[in-house]
Design a protein around this ligand. Structure first.
Ligand SMILES: Cc1cc2nc3c(=O)[nH]c(=O)nc-3n(C[C@H](O)[C@H](O)[C@H](O)COP(=O)(O)OP(=O)(O)OC[C@H]3O[C@@H](n4cnc5c(N)ncnc54)[C@H](O)[C@@H]3O)c2cc1C
Length: 450
């Protein structure tokens, strides 16, 4: 007997309930990944390259048995099921809108071929949609969601015998990586994720509660790409966190709860991936198309003249990853200082982030924009100078990413315009005045609220 395990966002062998379900009753398992060009086209080179590296690691972990097929899942899955005489295709459920649509189409195509799509587990500790308020409605606000999420709890990590891989199934192999120029991506794959988590438990968790907003300190786990691709499951992390009563463990659990909250909000409001959940500024408050293109260009290149913003944007271009606080500061700058709608910035992030993930990216952008369900109020405008001075007090982070400013010592690096031009002759002038643009944004909001 043979079953297919269709890997999607669960690129790991450990703690994988869907894989165990495929291998149950002594079945041989075909470990399958479908490279769907339509989906790949939407990812930028960093995320495509990271995915290919993660698949290579998965192939190694299966002893070279990973079967890669190129094509549309609705065609590939019935075809492979027929070829290997499998009547079950096992998956972890998808919850984001495009994944749900795809899975319904695949289910129908498989049924026509005499096979079933069997769903077990999800990329979350608690499946999106499961938790409800006392009144039976979806949660709108994070804190009560987290309380209900903690009270609900989650299963222990799944364990079972190693699967027996089916032999001799043709694979198209993995394509070459896209050109990455100078990009330095984080290590991909399950083993790298486990190592990163072990290091976090050993010496990261203790300082996490205090230092997680400090980009100069490397104080966060950098597990977001691993969680995005399912190289490690949040259940595994939560089981380890349960052994600690520290503030760091509680703070980390809370961040994982945000991840689950966003997935839950998107499950109930599928249009939130592109539409504001509420309008906070009138339509005419955004820049014209022509000025928008220029604004996006300087922002994306890290040449706004605000060092903290520019450092974040340059980290993104160099690593395909950006510290979480910088994601907030750079997003706020695009929306409230440059008056560009959040969807444009979210699209840029999705193109460049190796952890680019529809629920997390789009709902976090809505949080910053003030348009989300439980969002920062619109009048919370991040000040790029005070954020920099507080969270990068010695300017180390800025100097790491903005070479033109390396000659300026200490916190003065956050306001180069106060120094003689010769201190940083190659660094751009500020494109806007933050105080003025903040006022423009707040006025627009006030007009909308009237
Ligand atoms: C504008 C914007 C866009 C974002 N886009 C993404 C994205 O595409 N993919 C993504 O995974 N995260 C996104 N985030 C959330 C967050 O910034 C990253 O998950 C986090 O910075 C990743 O670094 P880390 O793994 O070191 O985090 P840690 O501080 O170590 O946190 C541990 C884990 O908790 C989760 N987490 C932490 N903060 C958040 C948060 N605000 N929302 C949801 N989950 C969180 C992540 O899974 C993270 O890996 C975005 C945030 C903002 C403000």
């Amino acid at each position: 007997m043979t079953a297919i395990h269709w890997f999607r966002r669960d690129l790991r062998l450990a703690d994988n309930p869907a894989l165990l379900a495929a291998a149950a009753d002594g079945r041989d398992v075909v470990p399958l990944y479908v490279l769907d060009d339509a989906l790949l086209a939407r990812s930028g080179p960093p995320r495509r390259a990271y995915l290919l590296r993660s698949l290579r690691a998965l192939d190694d972990a299966t002893g070279g048995r990973l079967v890669v097929r190129r094509g549309a899942p609705t065609e590939v899955l019935p075809e492979v099921a027929r070829q290997v005489a499998a009547d079950e295709v096992h998956v972890a459920s998808s919850y984001e809108p495009a994944g749900r649509r795809r899975d319904e189409q695949v289910r129908t195509a498989l049924e026509a071929a005499g096979a079933a799509l069997v769903e077990t587990g999800s990329p979350y500790a608690v499946a999106p949609g499961r938790l409800r308020t006392g009144g039976g409605t979806p949660f709108q606000v994070f804190t009560p969601f987290r309380t209900a999420w903690l009270a609900h709890g989650w299963r222990a990590p799944a364990t079972g015998p190693a699967p027996r891989w089916a032999q001799g199934v043709r694979s198209d192999g993995l394509p070459d990586e896209p050109a990455l120029d100078d990009l330095d991506l984080p290590d991909a794959g399950e083993a790298a994720a486990r190592e990163r988590w072990a290091a976090m438990l050993d010496d990261g968790l203790a300082g996490y509660a205090d230092d997680r907003n400090r980009p100069d300190l490397h104080a966060t786990s950098r597990l977001s790409p691993a969680l995005k691709w399912g190289e490690i499951h949040p259940r595994t992390l939560l089981a380890d966190l349960a052994r600690s009563r520290s503030d760091g463990a509680a703070a980390f659990r809370s961040e994982l709860a945000w991840r689950e909250f966003h997935a839950d909000v998107l499950f109930h409001h599928p249009t939130a991936s592109w539409q504001s959940l509420r309008e906070v500024a009138p339509d005419d408050s955004w820049v014209t198309a022509e000025r928008e293109a220029a604004a996006l260009e300087v922002w994306a290149a890290g040449r706004t003249g605000y060092p903290f913003v520019d450092a974040g944007m340059r980290q993104l271009r160099a690593e395909g990853w950006m510290h979480g606080r910088l994601r907030m500061v750079t997003a706020s700058f695009l929306i409230k200082d440059l008056h560009v709608a959040w969807q444009r910035g979210a699209a840029h992030f999705m193109r460049w982030l190796v952890d680019g993930d529809v629920p997390q990216n789009q709902l976090n952008w809505q949080w910053v924009a003030g348009t989300g369900r439980d969002a920062a109020p619109y009048f919370r405008v991040f000040n790029p100078v005070t954020q920099g001075r507080t969270l990068d007090p010695d300017g180390t982070y800025v100097r790491r990413w903005v070479p033109e400013l390396r000659g300026i010592p200490g916190a003065a690096v956050h306001e180069p315009w106060k120094l003689p031009r010769a201190a940083a002759p190659d660094y751009p002038e500020r494109v806007v005045d933050h105080a003025e643009e903040r006022k423009v944004a707040l006025d627009a909001h006030a007009r909308r609220s009237r």
